[in-house]
Structures are given as C-alpha cells and as structure tokens.
Design a protein around this ligand. Structure first.
Ligand code: PMP
Length: 394
C-alpha cells in the first residue's frame, strides 16, 4: 500500500526544535517555537488552570460521552469572550474543537460544503499551517499583500486594493490579533476599512483568533472581530485557548459560526455537527472543562486575567528592551518596529543568510523567515541577542 507514497516534508518548526536540541553550546537562544516562556525559559502551568484542574479532579463524577458539540458551557463562555454580545445569541452557534487548529479545520470543512468553488485568501505571509489546511480542505489558496519587509508594517493600501477586487466566491482569512508570523497588526481605522470592503464585495470572513489577550488586552484584541460582527451578517471565527490559558497540549479551541438569521445558523450548525461526527465524533473534554470552570468563576477568572496580563506586559517590555538595546548599539531606529509590533512574534525581515549566520556564530535560533518569539527572551539574553543582530546586520 504505502509504496505509492513518498516522504512528506517535515514541519519547519519541529525540524528547528530538533536542531536546537542537538546544539550543546551553552547560552543558546531559542526564539523558535510559538509557546510562551518565562524568564527561565519555562512554559509554566497558570495557577488558575492548576486550581481549576484540582476542582475538576475532586468533583467530577463521570467520564461518559459529552456530545458532538463538546462542552456547551465552554462554548458559551468562549463566544462571550470573543464577541461580548456583538451578535445576538440566536444567530451564533459554537462547537468545541481540538485546538485552534481543530476549530479551523471544522470551519474550513464547513465552508467547503457551503461553497466548494470558493478561493481562500490568506495574508502574505501567514501562519505556515493556513495554506496546507485550506488546501487539504480542498480549496484553492491565494495570498493578499500584508507585510512590507522594508517598513515591517502592514502594506495596507495594497491589502485593501486586493480585498476590494474579491467577490462572493472568496473567503478571506484574517488574523483577529497578534498576527503570526509578523507581529504587524491592523489598527482600528484599517479594520473598519477592511470590514467596509468585505461588506461591499460580499467576500466571506474567516477570523483566526489564536492569541486573544496577548496583544493589547482581551477586549482590545477582539476589537476587529467585534467591529466585523456589528457590520457583517455572516462569518466564522476559530478561537484557541492554547496560548491565553497556556494549555497547548490539552488541545482546546472553539469553532464559532454566525448566520444571517437563526434558521441559517441552525442549518450551518447541523452541518458542523455532522462533519465533526464523521471525523472524530466528539472533542476531548478535560481542557475545555478547565476553561469553563475558570471563565464561569469570578475569582478564578480574575486570577487568570491577572496572570495573562502579566504575560502580556512581559512580552511588551521584552519588545521595548530589545528595540532599545539594538538602537543603543547601532545608533539607528531600524529595529524600533519590534516595540510597535504586538503578540508573541515579530518578523525581523532578515535574509536567510543572516538567520543562518546567527545560528552558526551566535547559537541564536529563529525560523528561516526571521520570525522571533519575543517571549523567549530575558534580560541578559536580550543584550546578547542585540549584540548578535547588530553584528550580523552591520
Ligand atoms: N492560528 C494561528 C495563527 C496560530 O499561530 C496557531 C498556533 N500556532 C493556531 C491557529 C492554532 O493553535 P492551536 O491549534 O495550538 O490551538
């Protein structure tokens, strides 16, 4: 059977992890994989998560099946966290999914059923899994202009011009906040222009919200999504709890569908449940139950928000410290953009040769496209990284 196949390419991020593990130079700097890290380089379990788990372990009474849509309390809490009432409840349906990736898969598969001939438009560049996922769902995939490697800002005029040329057979995948890999995001005014364009053309929005709370705050990061929800009758959104609850391996996400009216939302929901049933039947409960317990309990919710806020502020101060350290060494403002970007990543705009040089000479590891994880930094590492970057780009 398998003689018909050839080896599939290895995912670049996992290949980089293996390369970092094999490097035994002391003081290597790992800016690769997209997980939050504290000053010691650990990815700790949040205390609110630990407490919720303890409650679950001591009070749960069954491990019986939970149903195709998963944990209903979780889904409701996730809709509220993302949309905060921006759409009347009767037009919103949601299903728990295995991670943000699982939520994207559910939604792409649903959209394929609804419009098999559509083209999915992703940002240039985008999270490396967007294209293969949309292709695996059977869609043609194209890219709209997004990041300008010279200014390290969004090429907004070009982005908008492309969006303006789309129509009802197009699906536009937008990053809700904290763009991965670039760190460059739409401002409020730009969001409103994108929304007006989608409204005008009838192109269908798919919002990927994997980092709510990692940029400027839980509500601020949902600004674009909520503004879109107020203007556009039909859209879908994939959310993830991997980053903002730090429960990466529990695989917790939510597929949110908004219909023009309750009847359309019901039809879309029935198709969504049908496709889940035919794929993995039901999602795992444990991680979703952790999130439900936290979001429904005022005390745990406040504790979680405070922890998330501390993580967010640490990433922002790392950004500022790196920008300052580079500026003080190079006497130029070339890397000030690092402090302006938001989320866990910044795309530095370095050449592949420079990325290779940093690996070989300085044991500094980032993705080939020069994406760095700013949470992977700490004081002393920031200074060494600044030395290395200034040395390699001089
Ligand atoms: N979308 C984006 C943009 C991401 O960066 C990620 C995580 N790397 C995901 C979705 C999926 O996250 P997960 O499946 O781990 O919840």
């Amino acid at each position: 059977m398998f003689e018909t196949l050839s080896k599939a390419p290895q995912d670049k991020i996992f290949a980089l992890m293996a390369e970092i593990a094999a490097d035994d130079r002391p003081g290597k700097i790992d800016l690769g994989i997209g997980v939050y890290k504290d000053d010691e380089g650990n990815t700790p379990i949040m205390t609110a998560v630990r407490k919720a788990e303890e409650r679950i372990v001591s009070s749960s009474k069954t491990k019986s099946y939970i149903g195709v849509a998963g944990n209903k309390g979780f889904a409701k809490a996730m809709v509220d966290l993302a949309l905060d009432g921006a759409v009347p409840d009767d037009r919103v349906r949601a299903a728990q999914a295995p991670g943000g990736t699982g939520a994207l898969w559910v939604l792409l598969t649903l959209l394929k059923r609804a419009n098999p001939d559509a083209t999915v438009w992703i940002s240039d560049p985008s999270w490396p899994n967007h294209k293969p996922m949309a292709e695996q769902a059977g869609f043609k995939v194209e890219a709209y202009p997004y990041f300008d490697p010279d200014t390290r800002k969004v090429r907004f005029d070009q982005m908008l011009a492309k969006l303006d040329s789309l129509g009802r057979n197009d699906i536009v995948l937008l990053h809700g906040c904290c763009h991965n890999p670039t760190g460059a995001n739409l401002n409020h005014d730009q969001w409103h222009k994108v929304i007006a364009s989608l409204k005008r053309t009838g192109a269908f929005p798919l919002v990927d919200m994997a980092y709510q709370g990692f940029g400027d705050g839980l509500d601020e990061d949902a600004y674009g999504l909520r503004a879109l929800a107020a203007e556009i009758d039909e859209f879908v959104c994939a959310t993830s709890c991997s980053k903002n609850f730090g429960i990466y391996r529990e695989r917790v996400g939510c597929a949110i569908v908004v219909g023009e009216d309750a009847a359309q939302a019901d039809i879309a929901n029935s198709q969504m449940l049908n496709l889940i049933r035919g794929a993995y039947s039901q999602p795992p409960d444990h991680g979703a139950e952790i999130v439900r317990v936290i979001l429904e309990d005022a005390e745990l919710r406040a504790e979680w928000k405070a922890e998330l806020e501390a993580m967010r502020n640490r990433m922002i101060s790392n950004r500022q410290a790196l920008a300052d350290a580079i500026r003080s060494r190079s006497n130029s403002t070339d890397f000030d953009f690092v402090a302006e970007h938001r989320g866990m990543f910044s795309l530095l705009g370095l050449k592949v040769e420079t990325v290779d040089h940093l690996k070989a000479e300085n044991a500094v590891y980032m993705l080939d496209d020069s994406r760095i994880n700013v949470a992977g930094l700490a004081d002393e590492r920031i200074q060494r990284l600044a030395d290395a970057i200034v040395g390699a780009t001089r």
